[in-house]
Design a protein around this ligand. Structure first.
Ligand code: UT7
Length: 316
């Protein structure tokens, strides 16, 4: 048993192929100005041969390498994904096999774009219960597999990538670095974002999701801060799901976050990578050392389901 857990290290992977808005304008009726104005994306990364498991493994390798731990220390692997085509074996066991992690608890979790915060909370709870000591928690998506490339309303939004965290139980007397989760869903609205059927494509009622995101979510993000005993003004950074800069700006305004708080807007260069978006953006902030180690960062994911989850973490 332990008082909690902390994120020890982050890592991320993005495919090398960059697709700009002008590239997309050649295949669907869209243009750079519309995408930048309405969504905020300038370019995104799209995988070639890489699978969800490939990208998840690469992100996890980087996180593990900078954690000071080895594969032998890991006893849990959790992968948040909604786009993995293969159902069995799950992505987590594939990642574990490639990293050489032996006998971990290994499972995938699907709450779409809120997946990383759900997965992080699940690993944290397992550590509090004494069921794990060192976990790799990953968000990984290959959304290009489930995008209808003739549908301009979704083709301009989604992308591929992975982010991973090494999460460890804190030592006796050490303060936890993963705050209590605020999680939930609005299942009655679930049909506004779907990836369903045998040959699934993403279908989204964009305005309905937008309305929900800009009206319902700020109070939940605030509750995540309250549960951690942190005022929004004390945050060093806010890393929300990377769907739309207008949604992010709306939540930032309602939380009253000032200019000193770093706001992740990785979607500008990465697009919307669903469950990967929060760990990908956090990993880049850590890599660029834009947030001091130990500083409080609010993570907040939301999307398909409709689900949401967030928690305040101490920056690794
Ligand atoms: O990650 C999971 C969670 N998802 C989200 O958080 C997404 C939330 N929703 C959104 O971010 C926005 O609703 C979108 C970015 C998806 C769409 O932006 P919008 O401002 O809500 O656009 P709209 O759907 O109201 O469409 C406005 C116009 C329409 O044309 P008319 O009817 O006004 O003539 C669309 O047909 O823009 C048109 N349109 C486009 N035009 C150029 C839709 N997609 C495009 C496009 N390029 N790609």
């Amino acid at each position: 048993m332990t008082a909690g857990s902390r994120i020890v290290a982050m890592g991320h992977y993005q495919p090398s192929r960059v697709i700009t808005n002008d590239d997309l304008a050649k295949i669907v009726d869209t243009n750079d100005a519309w995408i930048r104005d309405r969504v905020g994306i300038a370019e995104r990364r799209i995988a070639d041969a890489e699978s969800v498991a490939d990208m998840a493994t690469s992100a996890a390798e980087k996180a593990l390498a900078s954690s000071g731990l080895t594969a032998a220390d890991i006893d849990m692997v959790v992968v948040a994904t909604c786009s993995s085509i293969d159902r069995c074996p799950n992505v987590a066991t594939r990642v574990a096999a490639r990293l050489g992690v032996t006998a971990p608890a290994a499972f995938d979790l699907n709450t779409a774009c809120s997946g990383f915060s759900y997965a992080l909370a699940t690993a944290d709870h397992a550590m509090r219960a004494g069921a794990a000591r060192n976990a790799i928690v990953i968000g990984a998506e290959k959304l290009s597999d489930v995008v209808d490339w003739t549908d301009r309303t979704t083709a301009v939004l989604f992308a591929d990538g992975a982010g991973a965290a090494v999460v460890s139980a804190v030592a006796d007397g050490e303060q936890p670095g993963v705050g209590p989760v605020l999680w939930g869903s609005a299942p009655e609205k679930g049909d506004v974002l779907k990836i369903e059927g045998w040959h699934p494509y993403i279908k989204q009622e964009g305005q309905a999701v937008f309305r929900w995101a800009t009206t319902a979510l700020a109070p939940f993000a605030l509750q995540a801060c309250e549960r951690a005993g942190i005022q929004p003004s004390e945050l060093a950074a806010f890393v929300p799901h990377q769907a739309n800069t207008r949604i992010i700006d709306g939540i930032v305004k309602r939380l009253g976050l000032g200019p000193d708080v770093v706001i992740a807007k990785d979607l500008i260069e990465s697009g919307n990578t669903s469950a990967a978006s929060v760990p990908l953006a956090l990993s880049k902030l850590v890599e660029r050392r834009e947030v001091p180690a130990g500083a409080p960062v609010l993570l907040f994911g939301f999307g398909g389901g409709l689900t949401y989850a967030g928690q305040v973490v101490r920056c690794p």
